[in-house]
Write a protein that binds this ligand. Sequence first.
Ligand code: F1P
Length: 315
Amino acid sequence: MAAPHTCRTSVEIASQPDTWRQAAASADSLSAALPRRGERVAVVGCGTSWFMALAYAQLRETGGHGETDAFAASEFPTGRGYDRVLAITRSGTTTEVLDLLARLKGTVATSAITADPATAVMDLADTVAVLDFADEESVVQTRFATTVLALLRAHLEAEGALPEGVRPIAGAIEDAQRAVDAPIGDDLRGAEQFTFLGTGWSYGLALEAGLKMREAAGAWTEAYPAMEYRHGPISITGPNRVAWLFGTAPQGLADDVAKVGGVFVAGSEAAGGLDPLADLILVQRLAVLIAQDRGYDPDRPRNLTRSVILDDGQA
Ligand code: F1P
């Protein structure tokens, strides 16, 4: 039986199979706001939304849908030629995202994906996909972020191609339920440090996993492309420290982690083999548990607000 929810964040985490299902079912009706096959696209966002942008950019380009870059909204390289700029913003109020969309208005097609249709992003982007059913009370993003990726995956699938090895969204939704229900070991809960690793699109997920654990639990986390792990980051791993891999592990990596005494976790092997997006749910749940173990309230993360709204002169 699933554990009872102890905070709003865990209720939202557990709802992901449903919100992914709803997003997949909306892919067709929301397609006007989503990149078309062949377009050269830049995807932008801040924080979690930036990491979802990174994951999607890899999925889209390796799936053969067109060149796709991802940038933190504040780092968008003006002057590049794109057919479309897609902004991801749960709140619809993040200053750097809105400023960029205002600057780009009339120069390139712009789209946005948001949770809140009562915000400025609705006017600043040319077309908007609203995922209000995935909005969150929680400051820390969980289900909105993954639901955006579920929507974008379903859209790529409907347009004809997913990269090799990426499962259809229906399989990911099944895995999401398994990730919601899977037990989480005490060795993970008590670990001192976490290094998250990914390849291709799952590198964006690794970055998000690291951010989630920092935001919700104040945990010491790092994130790298999996093949970069041996180029320095492995020096941090040791007993009671975790190296967590999203997707397929590079050959020999598990042995390398074992050699330095670390704990190796491969979501693709956990709970019978999880889709990397569902593996992220395990990390979200772990972040809540660690936060509570440390006496933090996951619903009220330290130093964070739902959205960063800067004063004139700060941006
Ligand atoms: C993006 C974001 C969050 C972060 C923090 C501030 O918001 O950077 O990812 O956790 O709470 O806002 P949004 O543009 O997606 O609303």
